[in-house]
Design a protein around this ligand. Structure first.
Ligand SMILES: NC(=O)C1=CN([C@@H]2O[C@H](COP(=O)(O)OP(=O)(O)OC[C@H]3O[C@@H](n4cnc5c(N)ncnc54)[C@H](OP(=O)(O)O)[C@@H]3O)[C@@H](O)[C@H]2O)C=CC1
Ligand SMILES: O=C(O)C1=N[C@H](C(=O)O)C[C@H](O)C1
Length: 255
């Protein structure tokens, strides 16, 4: 028996979505629905019961940093693997997730600060360039309805750059600023300055500016539409059950 899209239910991976009526959730529901090998079995948003997701094999979470941990704990307890795009994951939160997963060794969780393939490459290129330049700053630009600043992508990029600089033995980024209006030099994420711009018309954009003697290098990525995140989300949905434990970032899945 097939459904109206020619899908055979028994062969499809059952997918639930948390944050289904949000900007990302709407796109995820459409992308899952359009994929022959996936079935959207639950679309849950604020105020809906989570129990609709209990029959799913994989749940996708694009909610808010306030609620994502509770959703994730619940999903892991139910034995449901999870693909998480929601931001706000500190090292402490990741450790907490690893702790929950220790009791459910068959469950996989993929948490990625950015599912855009171009954005993943931008972060990789930036980490690679980091050891060669004494100066670096990040400028992220987003739509004004975004709740968090700086973005998860910028925070993740800054941490990767900081790690690469430390491994290369680079010292602090040079900066003689003595007199500063608070915020003028951006946020300090592990020694990397991050500037967050919010403007109507933007979706998600990031520039990493490197400076060396007599030269600069700019690495830039632009998401003009949220469909740009869908190939990465679907890649993770299809892979997550074969990756028990916690995977952070899409890098391992792309390789
Ligand atoms: N990793 C990636 O590639 C990307 C990550 N993101 C991140 O994803 C998150 C969501 O972004 P975006 O879609 O723009 O945000 P939205 O605010 O548009 O969507 C979030 C949705 O989650 C709902 N929600 C709130 N609480 C719950 C709950 N307990 N259970 C289920 N749903 C709930 C919200 O409802 P209500 O509005 O009623 O509160 C809203 O509909 C953000 O953290 C963002 O940074 C975004 C784009 C790409
Ligand atoms: O809120 C958004 O829109 C986005 N959030 C993620 C982030 O904070 O990095 C990913 C992307 O930048 C879009």
């Amino acid at each position: 028996m097939t459904d109206e899209q020619g899908k055979t239910p028994a062969q499809q991976l059952r997918v639930g979505v948390f944050g289904a009526r949000g900007r990302m959730g709407i796109e995820v529901c459409k992308a899952v629905d359009a994929a022959d090998d996936l079935a959207l079995t639950a679309a849950v948003d604020q105020g809906d019961s989570r129990s609709a997701v209990s029959t799913a094999e994989v749940v996708v979470d694009f909610t808010t940093p306030d609620v994502v941990m509770d959703n994730l704990r619940w999903s892991i307890e139910q034995g449901i693997s999870a693909v998480v795009g929601t931001t706000g994951f500190t090292e402490q939160r990741l450790e907490q997730v690893r702790g929950w997963l220790a009791d459910k060794p068959e469950v996989g969780v993929v948490i990625a600060p950015n599912f855009g393939i171009g954005a993943v490459l931008m972060m990789q290129f930036a980490a690679r360039a980091a050891r060669h330049f004494e100066s670096v700053e990040i400028i992220e630009q987003h739509h004004p309805r975004k709740l968090d600043a700086p973005s998860g992508t910028a925070t993740h990029t800054a941490r990767q750059i900081a790690r690469a600089r430390a491994e290369a033995g680079l010292g602090p980024v040079p900066d003689a600023t003595k007199d500063e209006v608070p915020g003028a030099r951006g946020a300090d994420i592990e020694g990397v300055r991050v500037h967050a711009v919010r403007a109507t018309g933007l979706v998600a954009h990031q520039e990493v500016l490197f400076g060396g003697t007599g030269e600069t290098l700019t690495i830039r990525h632009d998401s003009y539409d949220r469909v740009s995140f869908m190939p990465g989300v679907l890649l993770a949905v299809r892979a997550v059950r074969n990756r028990p434990g916690l995977t952070v970032g899409l890098d391992a899945l792309l390789d």
